[in-house]
Design a binder for this molecule. Structure first.
Ligand SMILES: [Fe+2]
Ligand SMILES: [Fe+2]
Length: 510
């Protein structure tokens, strides 16, 4: 349903009808206004379809964008009509219109580009529902307030930031009303208390409309996130709490996996940040990517303290247990109602790659049995073949940039543990090798990462891994290599908890 073309056509038609209904009841609608409205309507549909393909391909998002614009305009029309005669100067009633409503919702939920689209079209359509004399002033104030919202909500990590954005919208609305002389300051020095009272009321109205918009959007965001299956940065930050029951369980039952997940999170977050992807989401997904290991933690090398249960198993059996952690992770994520993006990363973090170690072991075992049979030492004639399929993860391969980054960070962290004497050049070599092998194996085909982004990611991985392995790195004699500046306070590395602590401190300082 989310991708049905019929439904999308219906939504476009519904938007056009809703807009016609909005303009139909307005007094003084002339032919000119109808033509202008039609041109704006066609442009809005065409620009959305061509420039916002990611949103335009999902019906839920189409509904959110068009529905948001329509609601914004109906509220604007209702408030501007119902407050006629309420103020000494009628144009002041526009101070009550929440000009930042749709741009704020779209910017926070769908990103800045959607916010700008929303700002432009609520302003253009909005200008058609106000009296002709106020049209340009309304358009200017509306678009400036909309764009202010988009800039002020660039990185909203706390709900309180929405209030701050609302405050700035109020300030811009106030300044523009003063600039266009809608709020008069020329008589302030001349007259008595009434003028000051009107002036104060206008200022208060502009600021409180902005603040109330921020408050309202903050309140309805969780509802919109749930209905449209979207997650804002605010929610990702709330999800990044290491006290989540599953993560606490991991700390106790699979401490090695927990430690591994923290380092993967550090690598993935910095890489995502470097290419402008969702860094907090990458971090949170990394925390949870291996929760499937909780059902049999002792079968994974990072949790083994000398005893290896795989010694007692055939390679096929071992591979089966290793591969199963993906499915078990997905089951656990569904059971605990984890975010759908986390579930996708759990499912995709190994793609359909091969559990190479046990595959090789099975092949070696088969070769050994074949030699024994040729010598006549083996009683059995039936030698089981090594089926590559049973040594592969079920997939799918990563479908988003963040998922691709987590899968690379996961592979790199696992491989780095086996490095006996890490040096900066060996770390770089390891990172490059893993990334190139993943590309060659087709594991990154669907995630949308470009070659230039992968280059940046490789650089960031090497830099972050150098920080993580800092205490183990052997620098060449006579050459001092500076540790990366941002994590340079770490002198002893392996404790990833320390990295987590420094990262949090850094975040607090921002
Ligand atoms: Fe895994
Ligand atoms: Fe992992």
């Amino acid at each position: 349903m989310d991708r049905s073309l019929w439904l999308r056509g219906g939504l476009y038609l519904g938007f056009a009808l809703g807009m016609m209904g909005l303009l139909a009841g307005i007094e003084g609608v002339d032919l000119n206004r109808v033509i202008v409205a039609s041109v704006i309507l066609v442009s809005s549909l065409a620009i959305f379809q061509l420039n916002h393909q990611q949103s335009a391909s999902r019906n839920g998002r189409v509904f959110l964008v068009f529905g948001g614009i329509l609601i914004h305009l109906w509220v604007a029309r209702f408030l501007s009509e119902s407050t006629v005669g309420f103020f000494p100067d009628d144009s002041l009633r526009f101070l009550l219109v929440p000009l930042a409503l749709a741009p704020m919702v779209h910017s926070v939920l769908l990103g800045q580009r959607a916010g700008v689209y929303s700002s432009v079209f609520v302003s253009l359509f909005g200008a058609l529902i106000v009296p002709v004399d106020d049209r340009w002033v309304f358009f200017s104030i509306s678009i400036c307030c909309g764009l202010t919202t988009v800039f002020a909500t660039k990185r909203v990590s706390k709900r309180g930031r929405l209030l701050r954005a609302g405050f700035w919208v109020g300030v811009v609305a106030l300044l523009l009303n003063l600039l266009f002389a809608k709020i008069s300051i020329s008589q302030l020095g001349l007259s008595g208390a009434d003028v000051w009272q009107d002036f104060g009321r206008s200022c208060l109205m502009a600021l409180s409309t902005g603040l109330l918009t921020g408050l309202f959007v903050g309140g309805i965001l969780p509802l919109l996130e749930g209905v449209f299956g979207l997650t804002t940065e605010i929610s990702w930050l709330e999800l990044s709490d290491l006290n989540h029951p599953l993560l606490r369980r991991m700390q106790l039952e699979a401490p090695g996996t927990f430690h591994h997940s923290l380092i993967v999170a550090s690598l993935a977050e910095s890489a995502a940040e470097a290419i402008g992807s969702n860094a907090v989401m990458s971090r949170v997904c990394s925390y949870f990517h291996d929760i499937g290991k909780l059902s049999k933690p002792e079968y994974f090398i990072e949790n083994q303290g000398g005893v290896n249960p795989h010694d007692e198993l055939t390679p096929t059996m071992s591979a089966l247990i290793i591969v199963a952690h993906v499915k078990e992770g997905v089951d656990l994520a569904i059971k605990t109602k984890l975010n759908s993006k986390i579930l996708e990363v759990i499912q995709e973090h190994h793609g359909d790659s091969l559990v190479y170690y046990f595959y090789r072991k099975a092949q070696e075992k088969l070769q050994k049995e074949q030699v024994e049979r040729q010598r006549g030492e083996s009683p059995s004639d039936d030698l089981a073949k090594v089926d590559e399929k049973s040594f592969r993860y079920p997939g799918p391969i990563p479908q988003s940039k963040e998922s691709g980054i987590v899968s690379l960070a996961d592979a790199i962290e696992s491989a780095s543990r086996a490095m006996s004497k890490p040096t900066p050049s060996r770390i770089k070599g390891l990172v490059d090798e893993i990334v190139f092998n993943r590309i060659k194996d087709g594991q990154l085909d669907d995630c949308g990462l470009t070659m230039s982004e992968l280059k940046k990611i490789r650089e960031v991985f090497s830099k972050t891994l150098r920080s993580v392995l800092h205490s183990r790195i052997e620098y060449p004699k006579g050459r001092s290599e500076d540790p990366p500046s941002d994590l340079s306070t770490l002198t002893k590395v392996v404790p990833a908890e320390e990295i987590e602590r420094v990262r949090r401190q850094r975040q607090k300082g921002e």
